[in-house]
Design a protein around this ligand. Structure first.
Ligand code: ADP
Length: 260
């Protein structure tokens, strides 16, 4: 078949992908892709069938953190077969179509959104409980068109404790509201750094978690510290091996928010 029509509603019992959750941030570099990967891992550890659509076309890092290598192949039904992580997460990323991983993708908004639509409709995702979509950063055309093109069930907003974070998140809230979407939760990333003797340093400033919650009206799913063990695992393509107290707490909240 030609994949899933874009206008299928969540209530459709024949829908092959049960829920589509987008991960969004008002600006780049806050760890949106990393949080997308971690949320996917938390669902997979619950035995859910999970896919990640890497919509951050201009800076794709999902394939890298899962260590998925090689080119996607043609599936039995003529679609594109996604790559699979060691833990069984299906991954589709723009990286997979580049000659070299470092090749830049210099595309305009409309091209980005048509590539993402194809990732959704032409990829043979099979039956999925959750498809997580790593949106392009910011609140410009690119994330907007992606959100319009896909039948989203919810949005998770990732932020970091920085001045103006609240204003940036407010823009996200406005965009989600404009598209009549719903924010299911917020994640504060890079909240602090903890020394081996459990001393905490708020490197990027004090937490804005309380403000994030009041601006979005959505629950705080977790606060992730800056953790060099996490960076190393991501660089080695082994994000699925990550465990930490902060991550366990985030995972538990995310899973219970989705009522698994
Ligand atoms: P974004 O998608 O928001 O642009 P990324 O997820 O690509 O950001 O993260 C940017 C960089 O910061 C990556 O190299 C990632 O591994 C690192 N990083 C993100 N969050 C953390 C964290 N909590 N601890 C350590 N490194 C992190």
């Amino acid at each position: 078949g030609k994949g899933i029509p874009l206008n299928m509603l969540s209530s459709d019992p024949d829908r092959k992908i049960k829920q589509v959750i987008a991960i969004m941030s008002g600006k780049g570099g806050v760890g949106k892709s990393l949080v997308t990967g971690l949320l996917a891992v938390s669902l997979r550890r619950q035995g859910q069938r999970v896919g990640i659509l890497d919509g951050d076309i201009t800076g794709p890092s999902i394939a890298r953190m899962f260590g998925t290598r090689g080119q996607p192949t043609k599936s039995a039904s003529g679609g594109i077969e996604p790559l699979r992580s060691k833990g069984g997460i299906k991954v589709m990323s723009m990286n997979m179509f580049l000659e070299k991983e470092s090749d830049p993708v210099v595309w305009r908004g409309p091209m980005i959104s048509s590539a993402i639509k194809q990732f959704y409709s032409d990829v043979d995702w099979g039956q999925l409980d959750y498809l997580l979509v790593d949106l392009p950063p910011g609140t410009s055309d690119a994330p907007m068109t992606v959100m319009q093109a896909l039948p989203l069930d919810g949005v998770v907003i990732v932020s970091s404790p920085q001045m103006l974070a609240t204003m940036v998140v407010m823009k996200c809230v406005n965009m989600v509201q404009q598209l009549k979407g719903s924010i299911v939760g917020v994640v504060e990333n890079m909240s602090y750094f903890e020394t081996p003797d459990h001393e905490r340093y708020e490197i990027f400033g004090p937490s804005n978690a309380t403000e994030l919650v009041s601006v979005t009206g959505a629950p705080l799913l977790g606060q992730m510290p800056i953790d060099s063990a996490l960076t190393s695992l991501c660089d080695a393509g082994r994000v699925e091996e990550y465990y930490s107290d902060a991550y366990e707490a985030l995972a538990a909240n995310f899973v219970s928010t989705l009522k698994i």
